[in-house]
Ligand binder design. Structure first.
Ligand SMILES: [Zn+2]
Length: 410
Protein backbone atom coordinates (compact mmCIF):
# COMPACT_ATOMS: atom_id res chain seq x y z
CA UNK A 1 0.00 0.00 0.00
CA UNK A 2 3.01 2.32 0.47
CA UNK A 3 4.13 2.13 -3.13
CA UNK A 4 4.85 5.22 -5.24
CA UNK A 5 6.62 6.17 -8.44
CA UNK A 6 10.07 6.65 -6.86
CA UNK A 7 9.97 3.32 -5.05
CA UNK A 8 8.52 1.59 -8.12
CA UNK A 9 11.29 2.86 -10.37
CA UNK A 10 13.97 1.91 -7.88
CA UNK A 11 12.50 -1.59 -7.66
CA UNK A 12 12.31 -1.85 -11.46
CA UNK A 13 16.01 -1.00 -11.82
CA UNK A 14 17.02 -3.56 -9.22
CA UNK A 15 14.64 -6.20 -10.63
CA UNK A 16 16.25 -5.82 -14.05
CA UNK A 17 19.71 -6.14 -12.50
CA UNK A 18 18.60 -9.32 -10.71
CA UNK A 19 17.23 -10.89 -13.89
CA UNK A 20 13.55 -10.69 -12.93
CA UNK A 21 11.07 -10.43 -15.80
CA UNK A 22 8.02 -8.50 -14.67
CA UNK A 23 7.24 -5.60 -12.36
CA UNK A 24 3.87 -6.29 -10.80
CA UNK A 25 2.20 -3.42 -9.00
CA UNK A 26 -0.07 -4.64 -6.22
CA UNK A 27 -2.82 -2.77 -4.35
CA UNK A 28 -2.13 0.80 -3.27
CA UNK A 29 -1.76 2.56 -6.63
CA UNK A 30 -5.34 3.80 -7.07
CA UNK A 31 -7.39 6.83 -5.97
CA UNK A 32 -9.92 4.71 -4.13
CA UNK A 33 -11.75 1.38 -4.18
CA UNK A 34 -13.95 1.35 -7.30
CA UNK A 35 -12.07 4.39 -8.67
CA UNK A 36 -9.35 2.66 -10.67
CA UNK A 37 -7.22 5.62 -11.64
CA UNK A 38 -3.74 6.23 -10.25
CA UNK A 39 -3.39 8.30 -7.09
CA UNK A 40 -1.64 11.45 -8.37
CA UNK A 41 0.18 11.93 -5.07
CA UNK A 42 1.84 8.56 -5.52
CA UNK A 43 2.08 8.45 -9.31
CA UNK A 44 2.31 12.05 -10.54
CA UNK A 45 3.08 10.91 -14.10
CA UNK A 46 0.43 8.20 -14.17
CA UNK A 47 0.80 4.46 -14.55
CA UNK A 48 1.62 4.34 -18.25
CA UNK A 49 4.87 6.11 -17.32
CA UNK A 50 5.68 3.30 -14.88
CA UNK A 51 4.81 0.73 -17.54
CA UNK A 52 7.11 2.49 -20.02
CA UNK A 53 9.86 2.60 -17.42
CA UNK A 54 9.53 -1.16 -16.81
CA UNK A 55 9.53 -1.81 -20.55
CA UNK A 56 12.71 0.27 -21.00
CA UNK A 57 14.38 -2.06 -18.52
CA UNK A 58 13.12 -5.11 -20.37
CA UNK A 59 10.46 -6.00 -17.80
CA UNK A 60 6.79 -6.69 -18.33
CA UNK A 61 4.31 -4.57 -16.39
CA UNK A 62 1.51 -6.15 -14.36
CA UNK A 63 -1.23 -4.59 -12.27
CA UNK A 64 -3.57 -5.63 -9.48
CA UNK A 65 -7.19 -4.47 -9.84
CA UNK A 66 -10.12 -5.34 -7.62
CA UNK A 67 -12.52 -4.45 -10.41
CA UNK A 68 -15.85 -5.74 -9.03
CA UNK A 69 -15.59 -3.71 -5.82
CA UNK A 70 -17.54 -0.52 -5.21
CA UNK A 71 -16.55 2.21 -2.74
CA UNK A 72 -17.33 5.83 -1.95
CA UNK A 73 -15.35 7.79 -4.53
CA UNK A 74 -17.34 10.29 -6.55
CA UNK A 75 -14.99 10.85 -9.52
CA UNK A 76 -16.36 10.30 -13.03
CA UNK A 77 -16.86 6.59 -13.71
CA UNK A 78 -16.13 5.54 -10.11
CA UNK A 79 -18.21 2.73 -8.63
CA UNK A 80 -19.95 4.56 -5.80
CA UNK A 81 -22.34 2.52 -3.64
CA UNK A 82 -24.58 5.56 -3.17
CA UNK A 83 -25.00 6.12 -6.90
CA UNK A 84 -28.51 4.64 -7.49
CA UNK A 85 -27.35 2.77 -10.62
CA UNK A 86 -24.35 1.22 -8.82
CA UNK A 87 -26.41 0.51 -5.72
CA UNK A 88 -28.68 -1.67 -7.81
CA UNK A 89 -25.63 -3.65 -8.99
CA UNK A 90 -24.29 -4.33 -5.48
CA UNK A 91 -25.32 -7.61 -3.88
CA UNK A 92 -26.91 -5.81 -0.94
CA UNK A 93 -27.22 -2.29 0.47
CA UNK A 94 -24.62 -1.02 2.90
CA UNK A 95 -25.43 1.14 5.94
CA UNK A 96 -25.17 4.94 5.50
CA UNK A 97 -21.96 5.15 7.59
CA UNK A 98 -20.22 2.31 5.70
CA UNK A 99 -16.63 2.72 4.53
CA UNK A 100 -14.59 0.44 2.26
CA UNK A 101 -11.36 -1.16 3.46
CA UNK A 102 -8.10 0.12 1.96
CA UNK A 103 -8.41 -2.17 -1.06
CA UNK A 104 -11.75 -3.93 -0.73
CA UNK A 105 -15.29 -2.62 -0.90
CA UNK A 106 -18.76 -3.92 -1.68
CA UNK A 107 -19.11 -6.51 -4.46
CA UNK A 108 -21.22 -5.77 -7.51
CA UNK A 109 -23.06 -8.61 -9.23
CA UNK A 110 -21.59 -8.79 -12.73
CA UNK A 111 -24.35 -11.28 -13.62
CA UNK A 112 -26.47 -8.14 -14.02
CA UNK A 113 -26.03 -7.14 -17.71
CA UNK A 114 -25.35 -3.41 -17.13
CA UNK A 115 -22.79 -4.22 -14.41
CA UNK A 116 -21.22 -6.77 -16.75
CA UNK A 117 -20.90 -4.18 -19.52
CA UNK A 118 -19.49 -1.57 -17.15
CA UNK A 119 -16.89 -4.01 -15.74
CA UNK A 120 -15.83 -5.11 -19.21
CA UNK A 121 -15.27 -1.51 -20.32
CA UNK A 122 -13.33 -0.67 -17.16
CA UNK A 123 -11.05 -3.68 -17.48
CA UNK A 124 -10.32 -2.90 -21.14
CA UNK A 125 -9.66 0.76 -20.31
CA UNK A 126 -7.22 -0.23 -17.56
CA UNK A 127 -5.35 -2.68 -19.80
CA UNK A 128 -5.01 -0.17 -22.61
CA UNK A 129 -4.42 3.05 -20.68
CA UNK A 130 -1.84 1.55 -18.35
CA UNK A 131 -0.19 -0.64 -21.03
CA UNK A 132 -0.51 -3.86 -19.11
CA UNK A 133 1.26 -7.09 -19.90
CA UNK A 134 -0.49 -8.76 -16.97
CA UNK A 135 -3.75 -8.19 -15.15
CA UNK A 136 -4.38 -9.60 -11.67
CA UNK A 137 -7.89 -9.67 -10.31
CA UNK A 138 -8.69 -9.96 -6.64
CA UNK A 139 -11.43 -9.42 -4.10
CA UNK A 140 -14.78 -11.15 -4.26
CA UNK A 141 -15.02 -11.15 -8.01
CA UNK A 142 -17.89 -13.59 -8.07
CA UNK A 143 -21.01 -12.65 -6.12
CA UNK A 144 -21.92 -15.35 -3.61
CA UNK A 145 -25.50 -14.30 -3.00
CA UNK A 146 -27.63 -11.28 -3.85
CA UNK A 147 -30.78 -9.61 -2.52
CA UNK A 148 -31.86 -8.01 -5.81
CA UNK A 149 -35.02 -9.23 -7.45
CA UNK A 150 -34.48 -7.49 -10.79
CA UNK A 151 -31.26 -9.39 -11.68
CA UNK A 152 -31.30 -12.39 -14.06
CA UNK A 153 -30.72 -14.87 -11.22
CA UNK A 154 -33.39 -16.39 -9.00
CA UNK A 155 -34.68 -14.06 -6.25
CA UNK A 156 -33.57 -14.67 -2.66
CA UNK A 157 -35.80 -16.54 -0.25
CA UNK A 158 -36.33 -13.71 2.23
CA UNK A 159 -37.56 -16.00 4.99
CA UNK A 160 -34.19 -17.76 4.99
CA UNK A 161 -31.84 -14.93 4.10
CA UNK A 162 -28.77 -13.85 6.05
CA UNK A 163 -26.58 -10.84 5.42
CA UNK A 164 -23.14 -11.31 6.93
CA UNK A 165 -20.45 -8.68 7.32
CA UNK A 166 -16.92 -9.92 6.73
CA UNK A 167 -14.19 -7.28 6.78
CA UNK A 168 -15.65 -4.28 4.98
CA UNK A 169 -17.99 -6.28 2.75
CA UNK A 170 -21.54 -7.53 3.15
CA UNK A 171 -22.29 -11.04 1.91
CA UNK A 172 -25.70 -12.52 1.29
CA UNK A 173 -26.59 -16.12 2.08
CA UNK A 174 -29.87 -17.38 0.75
CA UNK A 175 -31.46 -20.14 -1.30
CA UNK A 176 -30.46 -18.33 -4.52
CA UNK A 177 -26.71 -18.24 -3.81
CA UNK A 178 -25.78 -20.95 -6.31
CA UNK A 179 -27.76 -19.28 -9.06
CA UNK A 180 -26.28 -15.87 -8.26
CA UNK A 181 -22.77 -17.31 -8.46
CA UNK A 182 -23.62 -19.15 -11.66
CA UNK A 183 -24.68 -15.97 -13.47
CA UNK A 184 -21.75 -14.05 -12.06
CA UNK A 185 -19.25 -16.73 -13.10
CA UNK A 186 -20.69 -16.79 -16.62
CA UNK A 187 -20.12 -13.04 -16.84
CA UNK A 188 -16.57 -13.44 -15.54
CA UNK A 189 -15.78 -16.13 -18.13
CA UNK A 190 -17.32 -14.00 -20.84
CA UNK A 191 -15.19 -10.98 -19.91
CA UNK A 192 -12.03 -13.08 -19.71
CA UNK A 193 -12.68 -14.96 -22.95
CA UNK A 194 -13.07 -11.53 -24.55
CA UNK A 195 -9.75 -10.36 -23.10
CA UNK A 196 -8.01 -13.46 -24.50
CA UNK A 197 -9.29 -12.66 -27.95
CA UNK A 198 -8.59 -8.97 -27.81
CA UNK A 199 -5.20 -9.13 -26.07
CA UNK A 200 -3.71 -12.55 -26.87
CA UNK A 201 -0.38 -11.77 -25.21
CA UNK A 202 -1.86 -10.42 -21.98
CA UNK A 203 -1.16 -12.60 -18.95
CA UNK A 204 -4.07 -13.15 -16.57
CA UNK A 205 -3.40 -13.83 -12.90
CA UNK A 206 -6.28 -15.34 -10.97
CA UNK A 207 -6.49 -14.22 -7.37
CA UNK A 208 -9.32 -14.11 -4.87
CA UNK A 209 -7.93 -13.38 -1.41
CA UNK A 210 -4.98 -15.50 -2.41
CA UNK A 211 -6.08 -19.06 -2.95
CA UNK A 212 -9.87 -18.91 -2.73
CA UNK A 213 -10.51 -19.29 -6.44
CA UNK A 214 -8.23 -22.14 -7.49
CA UNK A 215 -10.51 -24.11 -9.80
CA UNK A 216 -10.66 -25.63 -13.27
CA UNK A 217 -13.03 -23.03 -14.72
CA UNK A 218 -10.62 -20.25 -13.79
CA UNK A 219 -7.71 -22.35 -15.08
CA UNK A 220 -9.44 -22.49 -18.45
CA UNK A 221 -9.69 -18.67 -18.59
CA UNK A 222 -6.47 -17.44 -16.99
CA UNK A 223 -2.76 -18.17 -16.99
CA UNK A 224 -1.78 -18.68 -13.39
CA UNK A 225 -3.07 -18.61 -9.82
CA UNK A 226 -2.10 -16.83 -6.68
CA UNK A 227 -2.47 -19.99 -4.57
CA UNK A 228 -2.23 -18.57 -1.04
CA UNK A 229 -2.49 -15.31 0.86
CA UNK A 230 0.14 -16.34 3.41
CA UNK A 231 3.64 -15.97 2.06
CA UNK A 232 6.17 -17.46 4.49
CA UNK A 233 8.23 -20.41 3.21
CA UNK A 234 6.16 -23.10 4.93
CA UNK A 235 2.82 -21.68 3.76
CA UNK A 236 4.12 -21.38 0.21
CA UNK A 237 5.33 -24.97 0.17
CA UNK A 238 2.09 -26.25 1.64
CA UNK A 239 -0.03 -24.37 -0.86
CA UNK A 240 2.13 -25.67 -3.70
CA UNK A 241 2.05 -29.22 -2.34
CA UNK A 242 -1.75 -29.15 -2.20
CA UNK A 243 -2.58 -27.36 -5.45
CA UNK A 244 -0.01 -29.27 -7.52
CA UNK A 245 -1.97 -32.50 -7.09
CA UNK A 246 -4.53 -31.03 -9.48
CA UNK A 247 -3.05 -28.21 -11.52
CA UNK A 248 0.16 -27.80 -13.53
CA UNK A 249 3.08 -26.52 -11.45
CA UNK A 250 3.72 -23.69 -13.92
CA UNK A 251 0.29 -22.21 -13.10
CA UNK A 252 0.91 -22.09 -9.36
CA UNK A 253 2.25 -18.80 -8.07
CA UNK A 254 3.84 -18.17 -4.71
CA UNK A 255 4.58 -14.70 -3.43
CA UNK A 256 7.84 -14.74 -1.50
CA UNK A 257 7.65 -12.27 1.37
CA UNK A 258 10.38 -10.87 3.59
CA UNK A 259 11.28 -13.53 6.11
CA UNK A 260 13.96 -13.67 8.82
CA UNK A 261 17.08 -15.10 7.18
CA UNK A 262 20.11 -14.73 9.46
CA UNK A 263 22.12 -17.08 7.25
CA UNK A 264 22.38 -17.26 3.49
CA UNK A 265 21.08 -20.85 3.67
CA UNK A 266 17.87 -19.49 5.22
CA UNK A 267 17.62 -16.89 2.44
CA UNK A 268 17.89 -19.56 -0.28
CA UNK A 269 15.34 -21.68 1.61
CA UNK A 270 12.97 -18.69 1.56
CA UNK A 271 13.41 -18.16 -2.20
CA UNK A 272 13.24 -21.82 -3.17
CA UNK A 273 10.08 -22.40 -1.14
CA UNK A 274 8.42 -20.19 -3.76
CA UNK A 275 10.39 -21.45 -6.76
CA UNK A 276 8.58 -24.71 -7.56
CA UNK A 277 6.01 -23.03 -9.81
CA UNK A 278 5.51 -19.38 -10.78
CA UNK A 279 7.85 -17.28 -8.65
CA UNK A 280 6.93 -13.78 -7.50
CA UNK A 281 9.13 -11.79 -5.14
CA UNK A 282 7.02 -9.61 -2.86
CA UNK A 283 9.85 -7.61 -1.30
CA UNK A 284 11.87 -4.52 -1.99
CA UNK A 285 15.02 -6.22 -3.23
CA UNK A 286 16.96 -3.00 -2.57
CA UNK A 287 16.81 -3.94 1.12
CA UNK A 288 18.79 -7.14 0.49
CA UNK A 289 22.44 -7.30 1.54
CA UNK A 290 25.18 -7.59 -1.08
CA UNK A 291 25.50 -11.30 -0.29
CA UNK A 292 21.73 -11.83 -0.63
CA UNK A 293 21.68 -9.96 -3.93
CA UNK A 294 24.40 -12.19 -5.34
CA UNK A 295 22.65 -15.32 -4.06
CA UNK A 296 19.28 -14.21 -5.45
CA UNK A 297 20.74 -13.36 -8.85
CA UNK A 298 22.19 -16.85 -9.08
CA UNK A 299 18.91 -18.43 -7.91
CA UNK A 300 16.93 -16.53 -10.58
CA UNK A 301 19.41 -17.61 -13.27
CA UNK A 302 19.08 -21.19 -12.08
CA UNK A 303 15.29 -20.87 -12.04
CA UNK A 304 15.12 -19.57 -15.60
CA UNK A 305 17.75 -21.81 -17.18
CA UNK A 306 17.46 -25.12 -15.35
CA UNK A 307 14.35 -25.26 -13.19
CA UNK A 308 11.68 -23.62 -15.33
CA UNK A 309 12.00 -26.03 -18.27
CA UNK A 310 11.35 -28.86 -15.79
CA UNK A 311 8.52 -26.99 -14.06
CA UNK A 312 6.89 -26.56 -17.48
CA UNK A 313 7.34 -30.05 -18.89
CA UNK A 314 8.35 -32.60 -16.30
CA UNK A 315 6.18 -34.92 -14.25
CA UNK A 316 5.82 -33.90 -10.64
CA UNK A 317 6.13 -36.36 -7.76
CA UNK A 318 5.23 -35.64 -4.14
CA UNK A 319 8.07 -37.59 -2.52
CA UNK A 320 7.36 -36.58 1.09
CA UNK A 321 4.36 -35.97 3.32
CA UNK A 322 2.83 -32.48 3.35
CA UNK A 323 5.43 -30.00 4.68
CA UNK A 324 5.20 -29.25 8.41
CA UNK A 325 8.16 -26.88 8.68
CA UNK A 326 9.83 -29.04 11.33
CA UNK A 327 10.81 -32.20 9.46
CA UNK A 328 12.10 -32.69 5.93
CA UNK A 329 10.04 -32.32 2.80
CA UNK A 330 10.65 -32.38 -0.93
CA UNK A 331 9.23 -32.61 -4.42
CA UNK A 332 10.72 -34.17 -7.51
CA UNK A 333 10.34 -33.11 -11.12
CA UNK A 334 11.41 -35.68 -13.70
CA UNK A 335 11.16 -35.26 -17.46
CA UNK A 336 11.10 -38.70 -19.06
CA UNK A 337 11.69 -37.36 -22.56
CA UNK A 338 14.87 -35.55 -21.61
CA UNK A 339 15.84 -38.07 -18.95
CA UNK A 340 16.56 -35.36 -16.44
CA UNK A 341 14.99 -33.93 -13.35
CA UNK A 342 15.48 -32.11 -10.09
CA UNK A 343 14.69 -32.81 -6.47
CA UNK A 344 13.83 -29.83 -4.28
CA UNK A 345 14.84 -30.70 -0.74
CA UNK A 346 13.84 -28.69 2.33
CA UNK A 347 15.13 -29.22 5.84
CA UNK A 348 12.71 -27.84 8.44
CA UNK A 349 13.53 -26.22 11.75
CA UNK A 350 14.54 -29.40 13.65
CA UNK A 351 18.35 -29.30 13.64
CA UNK A 352 18.69 -32.69 15.32
CA UNK A 353 17.71 -34.40 12.06
CA UNK A 354 20.73 -33.56 9.94
CA UNK A 355 20.09 -36.27 7.38
CA UNK A 356 17.13 -37.59 5.44
CA UNK A 357 16.48 -40.13 2.69
CA UNK A 358 13.92 -39.57 -0.06
CA UNK A 359 12.81 -42.42 -2.28
CA UNK A 360 12.58 -41.02 -5.80
CA UNK A 361 10.04 -41.81 -8.50
CA UNK A 362 9.73 -41.84 -12.28
CA UNK A 363 13.26 -43.19 -12.98
CA UNK A 364 14.14 -46.27 -15.02
CA UNK A 365 15.69 -48.91 -12.73
CA UNK A 366 18.19 -50.12 -15.34
CA UNK A 367 19.57 -46.68 -16.17
CA UNK A 368 22.47 -44.93 -14.52
CA UNK A 369 22.08 -41.32 -13.49
CA UNK A 370 24.45 -38.56 -12.60
CA UNK A 371 23.42 -37.06 -9.25
CA UNK A 372 24.53 -33.46 -8.88
CA UNK A 373 24.17 -31.56 -5.60
CA UNK A 374 23.80 -27.93 -6.63
CA UNK A 375 24.95 -26.46 -3.31
CA UNK A 376 27.69 -29.11 -2.93
CA UNK A 377 26.13 -30.61 0.20
CA UNK A 378 27.65 -33.87 -1.10
CA UNK A 379 30.01 -34.90 -3.90
CA UNK A 380 28.40 -35.52 -7.27
CA UNK A 381 28.10 -39.19 -7.98
CA UNK A 382 26.51 -41.84 -10.18
CA UNK A 383 23.56 -43.96 -9.06
CA UNK A 384 21.30 -46.48 -10.73
CA UNK A 385 17.61 -45.84 -11.06
CA UNK A 386 17.06 -48.97 -9.01
CA UNK A 387 19.08 -47.56 -6.11
CA UNK A 388 17.33 -44.16 -6.17
CA UNK A 389 13.89 -45.77 -6.40
CA UNK A 390 14.43 -48.44 -3.75
CA UNK A 391 17.05 -47.21 -1.27
CA UNK A 392 16.57 -43.56 -2.07
CA UNK A 393 18.61 -40.40 -2.13
CA UNK A 394 20.20 -39.35 1.15
CA UNK A 395 20.75 -35.66 1.82
CA UNK A 396 22.76 -34.16 4.61
CA UNK A 397 22.03 -30.56 5.60
CA UNK A 398 23.14 -29.59 9.10
CA UNK A 399 21.51 -26.12 9.13
CA UNK A 400 17.82 -25.83 10.04
CA UNK A 401 15.57 -24.04 7.50
CA UNK A 402 17.89 -24.81 4.63
CA UNK A 403 17.55 -26.46 1.23
CA UNK A 404 19.30 -28.24 -1.60
CA UNK A 405 18.57 -28.80 -5.28
CA UNK A 406 19.66 -32.16 -6.59
CA UNK A 407 19.80 -32.58 -10.36
CA UNK A 408 19.36 -36.08 -11.77
CA UNK A 409 20.49 -36.75 -15.35
CA UNK A 410 20.93 -39.90 -17.35
ZN1 LIG B 1 -27.71 -10.07 -8.18
Amino acid sequence: MDVNETLGERMIRDSAELGLEMFHLDAGWFRGVGDWHPDVNKFPHGLAAVADYAHEYGLKFGLWVDWTQAGLDTGPGALNVHDPRVRDWTVTDVPPNWKPEPFKGQTIDIGEPAAHAYAQDQVRRIIEQYRLDMLEHDGYLVAQGCVRKNHPHAPPDESRMKVVKEGGSYFVESANSTDVSYHSVRAYYDIYAGLRQRYPKLLLEICNDGGRMVDFGSAAHGDYFSITDTYDPLSNRRAFYDASHLLPAAMLECYVEKWPAPRIENFRYMLRSGMMGWLTIMQDTNAWTREEHAAAKEEFRLYKDDLRPLIRDADLYHISPRPDGVHWDGVEFFDKRRDRGVVYVFHGSDQTQAEHTFRLAGLVPERTYRVRFHDHSALDRAATGRELLASGLTIRLPVGNSSELVFIEE
